[in-house]
Design a protein around this ligand. Sequence first.
Ligand code: SF4
Length: 550
Amino acid sequence: MKILWLDINSSYSHSSVALPAIHAQVSDRSEWEWFVVRGTINDDPGALATAVAEHEPDIIAATFWLFTHRMQIEVLSRAVQLLPKTMIVCGGPEFLGDNETFLRQNRFISAVIRGEGEESLPKFLNSLEGSHAWQEIEGLCWIDSEDNGYHDNGIAKVMDFASLKYPEESCFFKWDKPFVQLETTRGCFNTCSFCVSGGEKPVRYQSLDQVASRLENIYAHGIKDIRVLDRTFNHDTVRACEMLDLFAKYEGKMRFHLEIHPSLLSDTLKAKLSSLPKGLLHLEAGIQSLDSKVLEESGRKGSLKSSLDGLTFLCSLDNVETHADLIAGLPSYSLEMLYSDIMTLMKIGVDELQIESLKVLPGTQFRMQSNVLELKFSPLPPYEILMTWSMSASDIKMAMNISRAVDFYYNCKAWQATFRNLVISDPAFLMSFTAYLKDIMVLDSPLSQERRGVILYEYCRNQYPDKMKDISIAWIQAGFSLKKEPAGNVVKIKDTEAYLTGSHSCMNIISGDYNPTDRHYLFTCADMKILFGYDSENHHPAPIFMAEIG
Ligand code: SF4
Protein backbone atom coordinates (compact mmCIF):
# COMPACT_ATOMS: atom_id res chain seq x y z
CA MET A 1 0.00 0.00 0.00
CA LYS A 2 1.36 3.43 -0.97
CA ILE A 3 0.75 6.15 1.61
CA LEU A 4 1.43 9.74 0.66
CA TRP A 5 1.78 12.27 3.47
CA LEU A 6 0.97 15.82 2.45
CA ASP A 7 3.10 17.94 4.79
CA ILE A 8 2.12 21.61 4.61
CA ASN A 9 3.75 24.06 7.04
CA SER A 10 3.49 27.81 7.49
CA SER A 11 7.09 28.24 6.35
CA TYR A 12 10.13 26.15 5.49
CA SER A 13 11.64 26.84 8.92
CA HIS A 14 8.75 24.94 10.54
CA SER A 15 8.25 21.23 10.34
CA SER A 16 5.32 19.32 11.79
CA VAL A 17 6.28 16.30 13.89
CA ALA A 18 3.02 14.53 13.02
CA LEU A 19 4.48 12.46 10.16
CA PRO A 20 7.59 11.16 12.00
CA ALA A 21 5.56 10.66 15.21
CA ILE A 22 3.11 8.37 13.38
CA HIS A 23 5.55 6.79 10.92
CA ALA A 24 7.92 5.79 13.77
CA GLN A 25 5.18 3.47 15.13
CA VAL A 26 4.84 1.51 11.88
CA SER A 27 8.23 1.81 10.20
CA ASP A 28 8.67 -1.97 10.47
CA ARG A 29 5.63 -2.59 8.22
CA SER A 30 7.59 -3.08 5.02
CA GLU A 31 4.45 -3.66 2.97
CA TRP A 32 3.49 -0.03 3.59
CA GLU A 33 5.44 2.38 1.40
CA TRP A 34 5.52 5.95 2.65
CA PHE A 35 6.14 9.06 0.56
CA VAL A 36 5.96 12.72 1.45
CA VAL A 37 5.20 15.88 -0.48
CA ARG A 38 6.20 18.99 1.44
CA GLY A 39 5.09 22.55 0.88
CA THR A 40 4.20 25.79 2.60
CA ILE A 41 1.04 27.87 2.70
CA ASN A 42 2.63 30.19 0.12
CA ASP A 43 3.25 27.54 -2.53
CA ASP A 44 1.22 26.90 -5.67
CA PRO A 45 -1.55 24.42 -4.73
CA GLY A 46 -1.80 23.13 -8.31
CA ALA A 47 1.91 22.26 -8.38
CA LEU A 48 1.65 20.48 -5.01
CA ALA A 49 -1.41 18.52 -6.19
CA THR A 50 0.51 17.41 -9.28
CA ALA A 51 3.45 16.35 -7.10
CA VAL A 52 1.05 14.30 -4.96
CA ALA A 53 -0.54 12.64 -8.02
CA GLU A 54 2.85 11.66 -9.49
CA HIS A 55 3.26 9.17 -6.62
CA GLU A 56 -0.09 7.48 -7.46
CA PRO A 57 -0.80 6.78 -3.78
CA ASP A 58 -3.54 4.52 -2.42
CA ILE A 59 -3.98 6.80 0.60
CA ILE A 60 -3.26 10.46 1.19
CA ALA A 61 -2.84 11.50 4.83
CA ALA A 62 -2.66 15.14 5.89
CA THR A 63 -2.52 17.11 9.14
CA PHE A 64 -4.60 20.27 9.44
CA TRP A 65 -3.41 23.12 11.63
CA LEU A 66 -5.01 26.51 12.07
CA PHE A 67 -2.87 28.18 9.46
CA THR A 68 -2.52 25.25 7.04
CA HIS A 69 -6.22 24.30 6.86
CA ARG A 70 -7.03 26.43 3.82
CA MET A 71 -3.96 25.31 1.85
CA GLN A 72 -4.56 21.65 2.63
CA ILE A 73 -8.07 21.93 1.18
CA GLU A 74 -6.72 23.79 -1.88
CA VAL A 75 -4.22 21.00 -2.57
CA LEU A 76 -6.38 18.00 -1.66
CA SER A 77 -9.40 19.20 -3.67
CA ARG A 78 -7.14 19.40 -6.74
CA ALA A 79 -5.29 16.14 -6.03
CA VAL A 80 -8.55 14.18 -5.86
CA GLN A 81 -9.38 15.32 -9.40
CA LEU A 82 -6.21 13.59 -10.59
CA LEU A 83 -6.63 10.58 -8.26
CA PRO A 84 -10.37 9.83 -8.08
CA LYS A 85 -9.84 6.39 -6.49
CA THR A 86 -7.43 7.53 -3.76
CA MET A 87 -8.68 7.69 -0.19
CA ILE A 88 -7.94 10.78 1.90
CA VAL A 89 -7.70 10.72 5.70
CA CYS A 90 -6.91 13.81 7.74
CA GLY A 91 -6.06 14.62 11.35
CA GLY A 92 -4.69 17.42 13.49
CA PRO A 93 -6.04 20.07 15.87
CA GLU A 94 -8.57 21.32 13.33
CA PHE A 95 -10.61 18.16 13.93
CA LEU A 96 -10.90 18.36 17.72
CA GLY A 97 -14.44 19.78 17.49
CA ASP A 98 -17.56 18.79 15.57
CA ASN A 99 -16.46 17.25 12.25
CA GLU A 100 -19.79 16.59 10.58
CA THR A 101 -20.09 19.92 8.74
CA PHE A 102 -16.51 19.67 7.48
CA LEU A 103 -17.01 16.14 6.19
CA ARG A 104 -20.30 17.01 4.49
CA GLN A 105 -18.74 20.06 2.83
CA ASN A 106 -15.65 18.13 1.70
CA ARG A 107 -17.02 14.77 0.58
CA PHE A 108 -13.75 13.93 -1.20
CA ILE A 109 -12.23 13.38 2.28
CA SER A 110 -12.98 9.82 3.37
CA ALA A 111 -12.50 10.26 7.13
CA VAL A 112 -10.85 12.40 9.79
CA ILE A 113 -9.29 11.39 13.10
CA ARG A 114 -10.07 13.40 16.23
CA GLY A 115 -7.20 13.35 18.74
CA GLU A 116 -3.86 11.57 18.83
CA GLY A 117 -2.95 9.70 15.66
CA GLU A 118 -0.12 7.31 16.61
CA GLU A 119 -2.47 4.39 17.26
CA SER A 120 -5.56 5.34 15.28
CA LEU A 121 -3.97 6.04 11.90
CA PRO A 122 -2.23 2.61 11.81
CA LYS A 123 -5.58 1.03 12.73
CA PHE A 124 -7.17 2.94 9.86
CA LEU A 125 -4.52 1.64 7.47
CA ASN A 126 -5.07 -1.87 8.81
CA SER A 127 -8.81 -1.47 8.21
CA LEU A 128 -8.15 -1.02 4.51
CA GLU A 129 -6.55 -4.45 4.56
CA GLY A 130 -9.56 -5.85 6.37
CA SER A 131 -8.21 -6.28 9.91
CA HIS A 132 -10.14 -3.49 11.66
CA ALA A 133 -13.67 -2.18 11.32
CA TRP A 134 -13.99 1.61 11.24
CA GLN A 135 -16.36 1.42 14.20
CA GLU A 136 -13.42 0.15 16.32
CA ILE A 137 -11.04 3.01 15.53
CA GLU A 138 -10.95 5.61 18.31
CA GLY A 139 -11.40 9.16 17.07
CA LEU A 140 -12.46 8.22 13.52
CA CYS A 141 -15.27 10.35 12.04
CA TRP A 142 -16.82 9.81 8.60
CA ILE A 143 -19.95 10.08 6.50
CA ASP A 144 -21.29 6.72 5.42
CA SER A 145 -21.43 6.67 1.62
CA GLU A 146 -24.46 4.36 1.63
CA ASP A 147 -26.84 5.88 4.17
CA ASN A 148 -25.23 9.36 4.30
CA GLY A 149 -25.11 9.10 8.11
CA TYR A 150 -22.40 10.78 10.19
CA HIS A 151 -20.32 8.43 12.38
CA ASP A 152 -18.23 9.73 15.25
CA ASN A 153 -15.94 7.55 17.36
CA GLY A 154 -15.10 10.18 20.00
CA ILE A 155 -11.51 11.09 20.69
CA ALA A 156 -8.30 9.07 20.28
CA LYS A 157 -5.83 9.13 23.18
CA VAL A 158 -2.61 7.18 23.51
CA MET A 159 -2.87 6.18 27.16
CA ASP A 160 0.55 4.48 27.27
CA PHE A 161 2.37 7.53 25.91
CA ALA A 162 5.74 6.32 27.25
CA SER A 163 5.58 3.20 25.09
CA LEU A 164 5.47 5.13 21.81
CA LYS A 165 8.54 5.07 19.60
CA TYR A 166 10.16 8.50 19.35
CA PRO A 167 9.60 10.67 16.24
CA GLU A 168 13.40 10.89 15.87
CA GLU A 169 13.41 7.16 15.05
CA SER A 170 11.54 7.82 11.81
CA CYS A 171 13.43 8.46 8.57
CA PHE A 172 11.02 11.38 8.06
CA PHE A 173 12.27 13.29 11.11
CA LYS A 174 13.74 16.59 9.90
CA TRP A 175 17.21 17.18 11.28
CA ASP A 176 17.96 20.12 9.00
CA LYS A 177 15.68 22.71 10.66
CA PRO A 178 16.92 25.45 13.01
CA PHE A 179 15.26 23.73 15.99
CA VAL A 180 13.62 20.46 16.96
CA GLN A 181 10.47 19.89 18.99
CA LEU A 182 10.58 17.58 21.99
CA GLU A 183 7.40 16.29 23.62
CA THR A 184 8.14 14.56 26.94
CA THR A 185 4.61 14.77 28.37
CA ARG A 186 1.20 14.78 26.78
CA GLY A 187 -1.92 16.49 28.14
CA CYS A 188 -2.29 19.37 30.57
CA PHE A 189 -3.46 19.62 34.18
CA ASN A 190 -5.09 23.00 33.51
CA THR A 191 -8.56 23.73 32.13
CA CYS A 192 -8.13 26.90 30.06
CA SER A 193 -11.27 27.34 27.96
CA PHE A 194 -9.40 28.90 25.02
CA CYS A 195 -6.87 26.08 24.64
CA VAL A 196 -7.18 22.71 22.90
CA SER A 197 -5.11 21.18 25.71
CA GLY A 198 -7.64 22.35 28.34
CA GLY A 199 -9.45 19.00 27.99
CA GLU A 200 -6.39 16.79 27.44
CA LYS A 201 -6.49 14.59 30.52
CA PRO A 202 -4.73 12.76 32.05
CA VAL A 203 -1.17 14.08 31.83
CA ARG A 204 1.10 11.29 30.59
CA TYR A 205 4.87 11.22 30.98
CA GLN A 206 8.02 9.76 29.47
CA SER A 207 10.60 8.67 32.03
CA LEU A 208 13.69 10.79 32.66
CA ASP A 209 15.85 8.02 31.18
CA GLN A 210 13.83 8.24 27.99
CA VAL A 211 14.25 12.03 27.86
CA ALA A 212 17.98 11.72 28.56
CA SER A 213 18.52 9.29 25.70
CA ARG A 214 16.49 11.46 23.31
CA LEU A 215 18.57 14.50 24.26
CA GLU A 216 21.81 12.60 23.61
CA ASN A 217 20.55 11.65 20.17
CA ILE A 218 19.42 15.20 19.39
CA TYR A 219 22.74 16.61 20.57
CA ALA A 220 24.62 14.06 18.44
CA HIS A 221 22.80 15.47 15.41
CA GLY A 222 24.22 18.93 16.12
CA ILE A 223 20.91 20.56 17.08
CA LYS A 224 21.27 23.73 19.17
CA ASP A 225 17.67 24.79 19.83
CA ILE A 226 15.02 22.59 21.47
CA ARG A 227 11.37 23.59 21.79
CA VAL A 228 9.95 21.53 24.62
CA LEU A 229 6.30 20.92 23.75
CA ASP A 230 5.20 19.96 27.28
CA ARG A 231 2.09 21.98 27.93
CA THR A 232 3.05 23.16 31.41
CA PHE A 233 6.61 22.27 32.17
CA ASN A 234 6.43 23.04 35.90
CA HIS A 235 3.18 21.28 36.80
CA ASP A 236 5.26 18.82 38.84
CA THR A 237 8.11 20.55 40.70
CA VAL A 238 10.19 17.40 41.26
CA ARG A 239 10.10 16.41 37.61
CA ALA A 240 10.71 20.00 36.46
CA CYS A 241 13.88 20.20 38.62
CA GLU A 242 15.11 16.84 37.32
CA MET A 243 14.48 17.91 33.74
CA LEU A 244 16.35 21.17 34.33
CA ASP A 245 19.31 19.17 35.65
CA LEU A 246 19.26 17.16 32.41
CA PHE A 247 19.16 20.35 30.34
CA ALA A 248 22.01 21.93 32.33
CA LYS A 249 24.34 19.16 31.11
CA TYR A 250 24.14 20.83 27.70
CA GLU A 251 25.27 24.25 28.93
CA GLY A 252 26.70 26.24 26.03
CA LYS A 253 25.68 23.51 23.57
CA MET A 254 21.89 23.59 23.45
CA ARG A 255 19.21 26.09 24.38
CA PHE A 256 15.74 25.09 25.62
CA HIS A 257 12.42 26.89 25.10
CA LEU A 258 9.80 26.02 27.71
CA GLU A 259 6.24 26.93 28.65
CA ILE A 260 6.06 27.70 32.34
CA HIS A 261 3.12 28.59 34.58
CA PRO A 262 4.34 31.47 36.77
CA SER A 263 1.86 30.73 39.57
CA LEU A 264 3.37 27.25 40.12
CA LEU A 265 6.90 28.23 41.05
CA SER A 266 7.80 26.53 44.31
CA ASP A 267 10.79 27.74 46.34
CA THR A 268 12.72 24.65 45.22
CA LEU A 269 12.05 25.39 41.56
CA LYS A 270 12.92 29.06 42.03
CA ALA A 271 16.25 28.08 43.55
CA LYS A 272 16.90 25.68 40.67
CA LEU A 273 16.04 28.28 38.03
CA SER A 274 18.30 30.83 39.74
CA SER A 275 21.22 28.42 39.64
CA LEU A 276 21.07 27.61 35.92
CA PRO A 277 23.70 28.86 33.49
CA LYS A 278 22.89 32.01 31.54
CA GLY A 279 21.42 31.43 28.09
CA LEU A 280 20.23 27.88 28.76
CA LEU A 281 16.51 28.72 28.94
CA HIS A 282 13.98 30.84 27.13
CA LEU A 283 10.72 30.80 29.09
CA GLU A 284 7.20 31.43 27.87
CA ALA A 285 5.17 32.49 30.88
CA GLY A 286 1.46 32.09 30.25
CA ILE A 287 -0.28 35.20 31.62
CA GLN A 288 -3.22 35.84 29.23
CA SER A 289 -4.76 38.54 31.46
CA LEU A 290 -4.04 40.17 34.79
CA ASP A 291 -7.68 40.32 35.81
CA SER A 292 -8.88 37.56 38.12
CA LYS A 293 -12.47 37.64 36.78
CA VAL A 294 -11.23 37.26 33.20
CA LEU A 295 -8.99 34.35 34.23
CA GLU A 296 -11.80 32.71 36.17
CA GLU A 297 -14.17 33.01 33.19
CA SER A 298 -11.41 31.50 31.05
CA GLY A 299 -11.27 28.43 33.31
CA ARG A 300 -7.60 29.00 34.08
CA LYS A 301 -6.34 27.59 37.40
CA GLY A 302 -3.68 29.43 39.40
CA SER A 303 -4.07 32.58 41.48
CA LEU A 304 -3.38 35.95 39.94
CA LYS A 305 -1.22 37.06 42.85
CA SER A 306 1.01 34.00 42.65
CA SER A 307 1.22 34.45 38.86
CA LEU A 308 2.39 38.03 39.24
CA ASP A 309 4.83 37.10 42.00
CA GLY A 310 6.17 34.26 39.87
CA LEU A 311 6.53 36.47 36.81
CA THR A 312 8.29 39.17 38.82
CA PHE A 313 10.69 36.53 40.10
CA LEU A 314 11.39 35.21 36.58
CA CYS A 315 12.01 38.73 35.27
CA SER A 316 14.44 39.40 38.13
CA LEU A 317 16.69 36.57 36.90
CA ASP A 318 19.43 37.62 34.55
CA ASN A 319 20.19 34.04 33.47
CA VAL A 320 16.88 33.38 31.66
CA GLU A 321 14.78 35.25 29.11
CA THR A 322 11.08 35.51 29.86
CA HIS A 323 8.37 35.98 27.26
CA ALA A 324 4.82 36.82 28.40
CA ASP A 325 1.59 36.90 26.45
CA LEU A 326 -1.84 38.49 26.73
CA ILE A 327 -4.99 37.45 24.86
CA ALA A 328 -7.25 40.23 23.58
CA GLY A 329 -10.86 39.13 23.24
CA LEU A 330 -11.16 36.89 26.30
CA PRO A 331 -14.69 37.22 27.77
CA SER A 332 -14.96 40.25 30.12
CA TYR A 333 -11.56 41.61 29.02
CA SER A 334 -11.74 45.25 27.89
CA LEU A 335 -9.34 47.43 25.92
CA GLU A 336 -8.64 49.50 29.05
CA MET A 337 -7.78 46.35 31.02
CA LEU A 338 -5.50 45.15 28.24
CA TYR A 339 -3.77 48.50 28.14
CA SER A 340 -3.27 48.49 31.91
CA ASP A 341 -1.89 44.91 31.76
CA ILE A 342 0.62 45.93 29.08
CA MET A 343 1.83 48.73 31.38
CA THR A 344 2.14 46.31 34.31
CA LEU A 345 4.08 43.73 32.31
CA MET A 346 6.43 46.39 30.96
CA LYS A 347 7.00 47.66 34.51
CA ILE A 348 7.80 44.13 35.67
CA GLY A 349 10.29 44.01 32.80
CA VAL A 350 9.35 40.98 30.71
CA ASP A 351 11.90 40.43 27.95
CA GLU A 352 9.27 39.97 25.26
CA LEU A 353 5.57 40.74 25.24
CA GLN A 354 3.13 39.27 22.79
CA ILE A 355 -0.50 40.35 22.46
CA GLU A 356 -2.58 37.85 20.54
CA SER A 357 -6.23 37.86 19.60
CA LEU A 358 -8.35 35.06 20.97
CA LYS A 359 -8.80 32.20 18.48
CA VAL A 360 -12.04 30.36 19.11
CA LEU A 361 -10.61 26.96 18.25
CA PRO A 362 -12.51 23.75 17.50
CA GLY A 363 -12.67 21.48 20.53
CA THR A 364 -12.26 24.26 23.11
CA GLN A 365 -14.77 25.16 25.81
CA PHE A 366 -15.08 28.65 24.34
CA ARG A 367 -16.05 27.20 20.96
CA MET A 368 -18.73 25.07 22.57
CA GLN A 369 -20.06 27.99 24.62
CA SER A 370 -19.55 30.74 22.05
CA ASN A 371 -23.27 31.58 21.80
CA VAL A 372 -23.80 31.82 25.56
CA LEU A 373 -20.63 33.89 25.95
CA GLU A 374 -21.58 36.12 23.00
CA LEU A 375 -18.27 35.52 21.22
CA LYS A 376 -18.38 36.68 17.61
CA PHE A 377 -15.56 35.09 15.67
CA SER A 378 -14.53 34.22 12.13
CA PRO A 379 -16.19 30.99 11.01
CA LEU A 380 -13.11 30.29 8.90
CA PRO A 381 -9.58 29.59 10.17
CA PRO A 382 -7.91 31.11 12.09
CA TYR A 383 -11.26 31.68 13.91
CA GLU A 384 -10.09 35.03 15.24
CA ILE A 385 -12.33 36.90 17.64
CA LEU A 386 -14.22 39.77 16.05
CA MET A 387 -16.26 41.12 18.97
CA THR A 388 -17.20 40.29 22.58
CA TRP A 389 -19.63 41.92 24.96
CA SER A 390 -16.66 43.73 26.57
CA MET A 391 -14.75 44.64 23.38
CA SER A 392 -16.28 46.15 20.24
CA ALA A 393 -14.98 45.26 16.78
CA SER A 394 -12.99 48.51 16.73
CA ASP A 395 -11.55 47.72 20.20
CA ILE A 396 -10.32 44.37 18.87
CA LYS A 397 -8.79 46.11 15.85
CA MET A 398 -7.11 48.65 18.13
CA ALA A 399 -5.77 45.82 20.31
CA MET A 400 -4.21 44.19 17.25
CA ASN A 401 -2.67 47.52 16.21
CA ILE A 402 -1.24 47.89 19.72
CA SER A 403 0.10 44.35 19.40
CA ARG A 404 1.97 45.34 16.25
CA ALA A 405 3.34 48.53 17.85
CA VAL A 406 4.54 46.57 20.88
CA ASP A 407 6.15 44.00 18.61
CA PHE A 408 7.93 46.67 16.56
CA TYR A 409 9.30 48.55 19.54
CA TYR A 410 9.13 46.60 22.81
CA ASN A 411 10.22 43.29 21.30
CA CYS A 412 13.18 44.97 19.61
CA LYS A 413 16.28 45.19 21.79
CA ALA A 414 17.34 48.51 20.23
CA TRP A 415 14.09 50.26 21.21
CA GLN A 416 12.82 48.33 24.21
CA ALA A 417 14.11 50.57 27.03
CA THR A 418 13.13 53.84 25.30
CA PHE A 419 9.69 52.52 24.41
CA ARG A 420 9.08 51.14 27.90
CA ASN A 421 10.00 54.49 29.38
CA LEU A 422 7.58 56.31 27.05
CA VAL A 423 4.71 53.90 27.80
CA ILE A 424 5.22 54.02 31.56
CA SER A 425 5.76 57.75 31.85
CA ASP A 426 2.59 58.78 30.00
CA PRO A 427 -0.61 56.68 30.12
CA ALA A 428 -1.75 58.28 26.83
CA PHE A 429 1.40 57.43 24.85
CA LEU A 430 0.68 53.88 23.68
CA MET A 431 -2.78 54.64 22.30
CA SER A 432 -1.74 57.86 20.58
CA PHE A 433 1.49 56.48 19.13
CA THR A 434 -0.36 53.41 17.82
CA ALA A 435 -2.92 55.70 16.18
CA TYR A 436 -0.03 57.61 14.59
CA LEU A 437 1.50 54.37 13.22
CA LYS A 438 -1.90 53.51 11.76
CA ASP A 439 -2.28 56.98 10.18
CA ILE A 440 1.09 56.76 8.44
CA MET A 441 0.17 53.20 7.31
CA VAL A 442 3.18 51.27 8.55
CA LEU A 443 1.47 48.74 10.81
CA ASP A 444 0.93 46.11 8.15
CA SER A 445 4.36 46.10 6.56
CA PRO A 446 7.79 45.01 7.76
CA LEU A 447 9.84 47.85 9.25
CA SER A 448 13.61 47.89 9.67
CA GLN A 449 14.90 48.71 13.15
CA GLU A 450 16.34 52.00 11.82
CA ARG A 451 13.03 52.99 10.24
CA ARG A 452 11.28 52.29 13.55
CA GLY A 453 13.71 54.69 15.22
CA VAL A 454 13.17 57.42 12.61
CA ILE A 455 9.38 57.14 13.03
CA LEU A 456 9.59 57.30 16.82
CA TYR A 457 11.97 60.26 16.63
CA GLU A 458 9.67 62.18 14.28
CA TYR A 459 6.66 61.45 16.47
CA CYS A 460 8.43 62.62 19.63
CA ARG A 461 9.66 65.81 17.93
CA ASN A 462 6.05 67.07 18.04
CA GLN A 463 4.62 65.21 21.03
CA TYR A 464 7.45 64.47 23.48
CA PRO A 465 10.44 66.73 22.61
CA ASP A 466 12.06 66.03 26.00
CA LYS A 467 12.37 62.32 24.99
CA MET A 468 14.29 62.99 21.75
CA LYS A 469 17.66 62.73 23.45
CA ASP A 470 16.76 59.25 24.76
CA ILE A 471 15.95 58.17 21.22
CA SER A 472 19.22 59.65 19.92
CA ILE A 473 21.24 57.82 22.59
CA ALA A 474 19.42 54.52 21.91
CA TRP A 475 20.01 55.04 18.18
CA ILE A 476 23.76 55.56 18.65
CA GLN A 477 24.03 52.66 21.13
CA ALA A 478 22.35 50.33 18.61
CA GLY A 479 25.03 51.19 16.05
CA PHE A 480 22.73 52.88 13.53
CA SER A 481 24.03 55.46 11.07
CA LEU A 482 25.53 58.58 12.68
CA LYS A 483 24.65 60.48 9.51
CA LYS A 484 20.89 60.16 9.96
CA GLU A 485 18.85 62.61 11.97
CA PRO A 486 18.04 60.53 15.05
CA ALA A 487 21.78 60.48 15.82
CA GLY A 488 21.19 64.13 16.73
CA ASN A 489 24.07 66.48 17.09
CA VAL A 490 27.06 64.12 16.85
CA VAL A 491 30.59 65.26 16.00
CA LYS A 492 33.80 63.33 15.65
CA ILE A 493 36.48 64.18 18.24
CA LYS A 494 39.80 64.19 16.43
CA ASP A 495 42.06 64.34 19.50
CA THR A 496 40.19 62.86 22.48
CA GLU A 497 43.06 63.34 24.94
CA ALA A 498 43.24 67.04 24.14
CA TYR A 499 39.46 67.33 24.35
CA LEU A 500 39.35 65.71 27.76
CA THR A 501 41.90 68.06 29.30
CA GLY A 502 40.96 71.37 30.80
CA SER A 503 37.29 72.22 30.95
CA HIS A 504 36.19 68.74 29.72
CA SER A 505 38.16 66.68 32.20
CA CYS A 506 35.23 65.30 34.22
CA MET A 507 34.22 61.95 32.69
CA ASN A 508 31.54 59.77 34.26
CA ILE A 509 31.85 56.33 32.61
CA ILE A 510 28.48 54.68 31.90
CA SER A 511 29.70 51.54 30.12
CA GLY A 512 32.88 50.03 28.72
CA ASP A 513 36.50 51.13 29.21
CA TYR A 514 38.07 54.34 28.01
CA ASN A 515 40.82 53.76 25.45
CA PRO A 516 42.46 56.87 23.96
CA THR A 517 43.21 55.03 20.70
CA ASP A 518 39.52 54.29 20.01
CA ARG A 519 37.48 56.49 17.64
CA HIS A 520 35.35 58.94 19.65
CA TYR A 521 32.18 60.84 18.84
CA LEU A 522 30.45 63.41 21.00
CA PHE A 523 26.67 63.64 21.27
CA THR A 524 25.45 66.97 22.60
CA CYS A 525 22.03 68.15 23.63
CA ALA A 526 20.83 71.02 25.79
CA ASP A 527 21.79 69.59 29.16
CA MET A 528 24.29 66.81 28.47
CA LYS A 529 27.30 65.66 26.54
CA ILE A 530 27.91 61.95 25.92
CA LEU A 531 31.15 60.58 24.57
CA PHE A 532 30.92 57.33 22.56
CA GLY A 533 33.98 55.21 21.82
CA TYR A 534 34.24 52.86 18.82
CA ASP A 535 36.82 50.13 18.46
CA SER A 536 39.33 51.47 15.93
CA GLU A 537 40.49 48.03 14.83
CA ASN A 538 37.16 46.30 14.60
CA HIS A 539 34.66 48.18 12.45
CA HIS A 540 31.63 47.03 14.39
CA PRO A 541 28.98 49.78 14.05
CA ALA A 542 27.99 49.88 17.76
CA PRO A 543 30.03 51.83 20.33
CA ILE A 544 31.98 49.92 22.98
CA PHE A 545 32.32 52.80 25.40
CA MET A 546 29.97 55.49 26.72
CA ALA A 547 30.60 58.29 29.24
CA GLU A 548 28.93 61.49 30.33
CA ILE A 549 31.21 64.50 30.07
CA GLY A 550 30.98 67.16 32.73
S1 SF4 B 1 -3.09 27.35 28.00
FE1 SF4 B 1 -1.36 26.18 28.83
S2 SF4 B 1 -2.00 25.76 30.96
FE2 SF4 B 1 -3.87 26.31 29.85
S3 SF4 B 1 -4.75 24.35 29.15
FE3 SF4 B 1 -3.46 25.16 27.50
S4 SF4 B 1 -1.47 24.21 27.76
FE4 SF4 B 1 -2.60 23.97 29.69
